[in-house]
Design a protein around this ligand. Sequence first.
Ligand SMILES: *[C@@H]1O[C@H](CO)[C@@H](O)[C@H](O)[C@H]1NC(C)=O
Ligand SMILES: *[C@@H]1O[C@H](CO)[C@@H](O)[C@H](O)[C@H]1NC(C)=O
Ligand SMILES: CC(=O)N[C@H]1CO[C@H](CO)[C@@H](O)[C@@H]1O
Length: 370
Amino acid sequence: MFPLQVQGLVPRPRLISRRKPPMFFCLLLLLLVPIFLFGIFVHGQKISYFFRPLWDNPPSPFKRMPHYYAENVSMDHLCNLHGWSLRSEPRRIFDAVIFSNELDLLEIRWRELFPYVSKFVILESNTTFTGIPKRLFFASNLSRFAFAMHKTVHDIYPGRVAVPGSYEDPFMLESKQRGAMNSLLRRAGISYGDILLMSDTDEIPSPHTLKLLQWCEGIPPVMHLELRHYMYSFEFPVDYSSWRSTAHIFGPRTQYRHSRQTDLIFSDAGWHCSFCFRYISEFVFKMTAYSHADRVKRKSFLSHSRIQNNICKGDDLFDMLPEEYSFKELIKKMGSIPRSASAVHLPAYLIENADKFKFLLPGGCLRPPE
Ligand SMILES: *[C@@H]1O[C@H](CO)[C@@H](O)[C@H](O)[C@H]1NC(C)=O
Ligand SMILES: *[C@@H]1O[C@H](CO)[C@@H](O)[C@H](O)[C@H]1NC(C)=O
Ligand SMILES: CC(=O)N[C@H]1CO[C@H](CO)[C@@H](O)[C@@H]1O
């Protein structure tokens, strides 16, 4: 009895649901397909970034060199721990940056590295990498850097303004400026055997890293510097992913670059503070001047209130997903960057002048417009 009842009951709902659905499904599809297509249209980049682990291969891994340091340990002992030996005299260090508009970070960088650097070499263009005319932020704020003028070699790169409507490849303009940096370095008097640091203004090697480069014999001729990556301020530590900056023993074949040059990377060698600006107007400038200006997909991305909101939440300014090559890493990094309350192991000049640089420290996320 019982099984029969079940058999009799089961087909009925099926019959009912067979007759009605077509109309209903058609309507549903009619609604969902455009929503789906619109979603792909609007979030195409996000979707493709989400599936990056499927379509992109990770770059070949770096070989991480251990880095030993503690306060007040002798240079001799530190060199030995790395398998190097102590030199009888220090190497000269040349710190070369192509400057955009990071005035505050440039000041922290130069104050922090001043005792170790022989020459600060700085190239500033009067256009951005995207071919937009740009004020000469460094040249018009020289008084702020007067303390380092006797060590500074500065030049202005005559940029070309992009013709409206034409496309200028920002990476092309960037590489031309790197070429100009090579001749500026020679003018600065660099010679074979000197240390040359190639980094962006916001990639700051730590003083104890420079001391090792200066004082140890046996360091590799080229190594990347693994920097702790921060976003907006030292309140938002992202990870240790920053690798582009390099330290070279200058030689006949050294060329100024900002890309992968060797498999060696020196661990925990400093700080990379991206978009660490004092004023909202500086964020807007950087977002449009930057080699990835194409990431500004909508005008609303440049709205001051949206930028301020994202800074305080630790959210991405371009509404993008992190560039990760495994789903595990991607999911770990999705969403806002968690805040840190630590201001330990930061540049000493920043801590000594904490009042002047509140915006870079915990609790300082609110930024004036300009
Ligand atoms: C630093 O080292 C020197 C000698 O190596 C020692 O005399 C001095 O007390 C040390 N200072 C601290 C703060 O440990
Ligand atoms: C940049 O400088 C060069 C050389 O001084 C000049 O010819 C050019 O007009 C300048 N461009 C802008 C956008 O100011
Ligand atoms: C602090 C300071 O002097 N800032 C100046 C830097 O240069 C710009 C012009 O490029 C001026 O507007 C700032 O006042």
